[in-house]
Structure formats: structure tokens, C-alpha cells
Design a protein around this ligand. Structure first.
Ligand code: SF4
Ligand code: SF4
Length: 162
């Protein structure tokens, strides 16, 4: 079984290889489209939550309070346009970037068999044939490793433990 750290290393290697062949890759600091339109409330395995919790604990009391308020409004948001509670909407950056879940690390670089899973902006470039040279990461494989790290809970449920 791979640890979360080992899984991160694998993802970092795939992401680096894609970036190397495509220096103008869309995913970059300041591109926060996916963080504004989550398909569901983020779900984390216990190992991802432990890391995430460290990132949350490193924030100021003011930021933590802001995030708690964001979490409280999550269940009332439309399931088609959930804004991640960890997004700094002014800066367009992730407040816990180094501690973010696997889904955030793979989205934009990994695809799932028969489903795609590209973000809309990347999908557009794929349709235009601009990314034919990309060796995408295998999302099914990542999911299989994640399944071995324990049962997922969504952020609202995890925050009940804080
Ligand atoms: S997945 Fe899409 S929206 Fe998200 S950072 Fe990458 S290019 Fe931007
Ligand atoms: S945890 Fe960070 S990277 Fe992931 S969706 Fe939220 S703001 Fe974006």
C-alpha cells in the first residue's frame, strides 16, 4: 500500500513531466476556476484530513473563523457550483496549498477512463487538438490507492471533529 506521501510523490512526478512538455500549461497560481465550481463538497481520506488539518491549524484565527463560516454555508450551495471554503477569493489562491487534498493535485493533469475529467478550460484545448502529446495521469489508479487509505468523509463531516 502506498502512503499519502508516496502518492503525492507519484503525482508530483506526473505533473512535472506534463509541465516539462508543456511550459504554458494552464494550471498555475492564480488559476482558480476549478476551486470556484466544485462538483461536490470535497471528500478526504483520514490521511488527507490529517494533512489538511495541519494546514488549517497553521492559519491565523481570523482565517480559521472565515473558513468555518464558509464550511457552515456549504450545504446550502447549489451542488453544481460549490465554492471551496479554502479559497482566498480575493487572491485566487488556496489557503492550504501545500496541504491540499489529492483531488486538487490531480485535477487538470489526470483523467479517468471513459470519463475524461478535464476542467472546462483544458477540455477546450483538448478539443482543439493542442494537447495531443500529453501523457495524462491515471485517475482510476489514484482512486484505487486512495481507497486503501480509509473511508472518505466530506469536509463538513470532518470539521465536526475539530
Ligand atoms: S484544473 Fe483548470 S481551472 Fe483548475 S487550475 Fe487547472 S486550468 Fe485552472
Ligand atoms: S483545497 Fe485549495 S486547491 Fe483544492 S479546491 Fe480548495 S482552494 Fe482549490
Amino acid at each position: 500500500m502506498k502512503t499519502l506521501t508516496e502518492l503525492h510523490d507519484d503525482i508530483d512526478a506526473r505533473v512535472s513531466a506534463i509541465r516539462l512538455g508543456n511550459p504554458d500549461w494552464l494550471c498555475r497560481m492564480g488559476c482558480d476556476g476549478c476551486c470556484h465550481r466544485l462538483a461536490q463538497i470535497p471528500e478526504l481520506t483520514p490521511a488527507e484530513w490529517t494533512l489538511f488539518r495541519d494546514g488549517f491549524a497553521s492559519l491565523s484565527d481570523e482565517k480559521q473563523q472565515e473558513i468555518r463560516q464558509n464550511i457552515a454555508t456549504l450545504s446550502s450551495q447549489s451542488p453544481r457550483s460549490i465554492v471551496c471554503p479554502m479559497l482566498d477569493k480575493t487572491a485566487g489562491t488556496c489557503l492550504i496549498y501545500a496541504y491540499r487534498p489529492v483531488a486538487c493535485r490531480t485535477y487538470g493533469f489526470y483523467v479517468e477512463r471513459d470519463k475524461g475529467l478535464y476542467c472546462h478550460d483544458i477540455e477546450l484545448r483538448v478539443e482543439q487538438g493542442e494537447l495531443n502529446n500529453v501523457v495524462w495521469g491515471n485517475h482510476d489508479s489514484v482512486n484505487r490507492h486512495l481507497d486503501k487509505l480509509g473511508d472518505k468523509r466530506n469536509l463538513v463531516e470532518w470539521f465536526e471533529y475539530l
